[in-house]
Design a protein around this ligand. Structure first.
Ligand SMILES: Cc1ncc(COP(=O)(O)O)c(C=O)c1O
Length: 488
């Protein structure tokens, strides 16, 4: 019997890796104890569908409605909808609800790709805000409240997307001011809080969009909270006038008509477990992650983003969630990729992601003391090992991000136009059909429909010269790079 995927999963599990990636339960029962209990009794019988007595997700009136109300009570939202197609489905449904075709939406340039999907589906006009890049880490910084306000004042969009926090756990200052400004102007606020499901429950974490008065707040619950992968919550803020039925209607456009009861039950179970002891667990986790960040940073050659952001020299005025442990050891010659490989191969630690300068370890409700201890020991040992020859660093290669290019077509028009691949060098003046994003720093420099400039080609060539991954380019043999552009 050939089952390549099942075999791959089994082989991975046999390695007994320490998980510092999503999901937040880390393979333990945190959040799913009660669900696991009935699965032990009934096995796959729990994999049910919308039969009598089990309600339906699109228009719930029974058990699902009740479970959603309990989630709304815990998160202090006006209404909450369960998501079974990830935070992505919540973001897409929010945009479909708040912005009509042809209307403007304000978004940070480095938003999650699901927001780009929504732009294509909804036919909206994005107005991008370009993030700054943190030089020492080559990491996009969060957008500040005042930048959102200036852009709203200038562009008068129908909605804005506030990212809270970034993938690396960063939150910009004064987001509350931006949300207040938006409310006064009648601009809808959608907060992508995919990585911030814990935010409403600790003063040590940045504030949640729920507390800041946003209209719609999306939680990728599976990332940290203990529910199963693909689950999330879409909350309507208490001050919002957006109707729950409108949100449910939009969600039914993008979610499955066969929602998994195992996934939905895991949301219900994780919510209930959090109410019964989870808050104390979270407090403990945050305290321990803070300590872990500090101790890692005391090793020679090591630094953590958390330590740097909380130092007196923090110039960026951002906050960072301590459960996102971004570790850097470039001073002793390890770039983020080497560090994550060492973590994996020598210490059995699987990280969430590696970038050129750092490696990101995500803690979640299932992370325990032993996991953090394994990371501490690994960093200590790596720090004491022989210093590596310094690897070339993207920081030496940083050139400032080019100006935003002129836009000729909207994302939806670009998606449906015909394309042709031309060598990158000859793409100047053509209109990109691709989203082109170099990693690091992970800020797209071309969105579909944007005109390719000389500066942009120079920037991409510089990134390639350094060895960065540039998503969205076509490889022509192994020699030159091509870009798919819209046919003339
Ligand atoms: C900032 C951000 N928003 C949204 C999403 C989408 O979440 P999901 O994978 O649950 O659809 C992600 C996924 O990584 C993300 O990083």
């Amino acid at each position: 019997m050939s089952t390549p995927l099942i075999n791959a999963i089994e082989n991975h599990l046999k390695k007994y890796m320490t998980s510092f990636h999503t999901p937040g339960h880390k393979g333990r029962m945190m959040g799913t104890r009660k669900l696991w209990g009935i699965m032990k009794d009934y096995g796959l019988g729990v994999d049910l569908t919308e039969v009598a007595g089990l309600d339906e997700l699109a228009e719930p009136t029974g058990a699902i409605a009740e479970a959603e109300k309990l989630a709304a009570r815990l998160f202090n939202s006006r209404d909450t909808a369960f998501l079974v197609n990830g935070a992505s489905s919540g973001l897409i449904a929010s945009i479909l609800t708040c912005v009509k075709p042809g209307e403007k939406i304000l978004v940070p340039r480095n938003i999650h790709r699901s927001v780009y999907s929504a732009m294509v589906l909804a036919g909206v006009e994005p107005v991008y805000i370009r993030p700054e890049v943190c030089s020492g880490w080559n990491m996009p910084l969060p957008i500040e409240g005042k930048t959102y306000i200036e852009a709203m004042d200038r562009e008068n969009p129908k909605a804005i997307i506030v990212v809270n926090p970034t993938y690396d756990g960063l939150v910009g200052p004064d987001l509350g001011e931006a949300i207040k400004f938006a409310r006064k102007q009648g601009i809808a606020t959608i907060v992508d809080e995919a990585h911030g499901t814990f935010f409403p429950f600790s003063k040590k974490l940045p504030e949640s969009g729920l507390e800041l008065g946003a209209d719609l707040i999306i939680h990728g619950m599976h990332k940290t909270f203990g529910s199963l992968t693909q689950t999330g919550l879409l909350h309507i803020g208490r001050k919002s006038k957006i109707s729950f039925s409108g949100i449910k209607r939009a969600l039914s456009l993008v979610q499955s008509t066969s929602p998994s009861y195992i996934l939905m039950a895991s949301i219900d179970g994780a919510r209930s477990e959090f109410e019964n002891g989870g808050r104390e667990g979270l407090k403990d986790l945050i305290d321990k992650c803070e300590k872990t960040n500090h101790i890692i940073g005391t090793n020679k050659g090591f630094d953590t983003l958390y330590k740097e952001i909380n130092s007196d020299e923090n110039k960026h005025n951002s906050r960072v969630d301590p459960t996102k442990i971004a570790v850097k050891a470039s001073d002793i010659g390890f770039n983020g990729f080497t560090l994550s490989r060492l973590f994996r191969e020598n210490y059995g630690i699987e990280s969430e992601m590696a970038q050129d300068q750092y490696c990101l370890l995500l803690a979640g409700i299932g992370t325990n003391d032993a996991d953090l201890e394994i990371v501490l020991k690994a960093c200590e040992k790596i720090s004491k090992a022989k210093k590596q020859k310094l690897q070339k660093s993207s920081c030496d290669y940083i050139i400032s991000l080019p100006e935003l290019p002129p836009r000729e077509y909207m994302p939806r028009e670009s998606y449906y136009s015909n394309g042709e691949v031309v060598p990158l060098k000859r793409a100047e003046g053509r209109i990109s059909k691709q989203l082109v994003c170099p990693y690091p720093p992970g800020v797209p420099i071309l969105y579909p429909g944007e005109r390719v400039t000389e500066d942009i080609i120079a920037y991409i060539e510089r990134q390639l010269e350094y060895g960065a991954t540039v998503q969205g380019l076509e490889r022509d043999g192994n020699k030159s790079m091509g870009l798919e552009v819209i046919e003339n």
